[in-house]
Design a protein around this ligand. Structure first.
Ligand code: PT1
Length: 285
């Protein structure tokens, strides 16, 4: 018995996701929560991105607007000033996929011209014009679930049934993307760990990733260094959350996640490789 190939379709061709891959976080914001805004100049961000590719990242996720709890929005002009030079330079120097973490259609259109492969949108392409921007560029997209907005999302998150609610939301956004003419193979989905969720909500999602199989799209998850590990383990320092983040990455891939979004690429590649090997062993391949 062989299962269908898993891949993501982008403007330059497919990204093979038969084995799960690591997406490296490349923040170009001055207020990034767990890397201290170290990588703010374009040249330094590009070096950091290329280093992550050497460490085994198959996707770089370039972000010019923080979406962590409490973050304030930035203008499209500000975001483009941060992100565009980095995307342009990376495109000339690597074949790895370039994803851009943005919610703004104006940014989506500009980074498409600069060679980005994918839009990672924590608002699941809900901004007016976002679906069209991705569709017309032929880019891939990650549609993520969030309750509320970054500024207030952790105030009092409430769900009837968090797993069922998030699955239903993603099914609806996937359908909206298909209706806008985006290819089925260009979509991946993300439960949005830490985005309007209590520790119990996050754990429920992390323990039930199989519930997302029915959606018929590769799953991306991001839990790297997030405050759910402070809530669970009392780790105030984001760096002290790395061991649990690695375990969580492995457990997510074991349950079928195909992309894990991480700060610590080298270490995460090992965790993902272990889980990939265990899945191959379990399936007899
Ligand atoms: C994510 C994600 C993202 N996370 C996708 N994109 C962030 N697709 C940015 C905390 O609780 O999971 N998936 N883009 C970062 N967001 C957060 C959220 C950072 C919560 C920190 C926390 O500490």
């Amino acid at each position: 018995m062989s299962s269908a190939p898993v891949f993501l379709k982008g403007p330059r061709g497919p990204l093979d996701l038969d084995q799960a891959v690591v997406m490296g976080i490349l923040n170009v914001t001055p207020d990034s929560f767990s890397d201290g805004g170290e990588f703010v100049t374009p040249a330094a961000a590009v070096d950091r991105g290329l280093a992550m590719v050497e460490q085994g990242a198959r996707i770089l996720d370039v972000g010019g607007e923080s979406t962590r709890p409490g973050a304030e929005p930035v203008s499209a002009a500000q975001e483009l000033e941060r992100v565009l030079p980095v995307v342009r330079a990376l495109r000339q120097q690597t074949d790895a996929w370039i994803s851009v973490d943005t919610t703004k259609p104006e940014v989506m259109r500009a980074v498409a011209r600069a060679g980005a492969d994918m839009i990672n949108d924590v608002t699941a392409l809900r901004a007016p014009g976002a679906l069209e921007a991705v569709q017309s560029a032929g880019m891939a997209a990650c549609l993520m679930h969030m309750q509320g907005e970054p500024r207030n999302m952790q105030a009092n998150p409430v769900y009837a049934d968090v797993v069922a609610d998030v699955v239903a939301f993603l099914a609806g956004r996937r359908q909206a993307a298909l209706d806008a003419g985006i290819a089925e193979a260009a979509l991946c989905l993300d439960p949005g760990l830490g985005f309007g969720k209590t520790l119990a909500h996050n754990l429920s999602l992390m323990a039930n990733l199989h519930a997302f199989d029915a959606l018929g799209a590769p799953l991306l998850v991001g839990m790297s260094r997030k405050s759910l590990f402070r809530a669970l383990l009392g780790r105030d320092d984001p760096l002290a959350r790395v061991p649990a983040s690695l375990a969580a990455a492995g457990l997510a891939v074991w349950q079928g996640a195909r992309i894990v979004r991480v700060h610590d690429v080298r270490e995460s590649v090992d965790a993902v490789s272990l889980a990939n090997a265990m899945r191959r062993s379990a399936s007899g391949t």
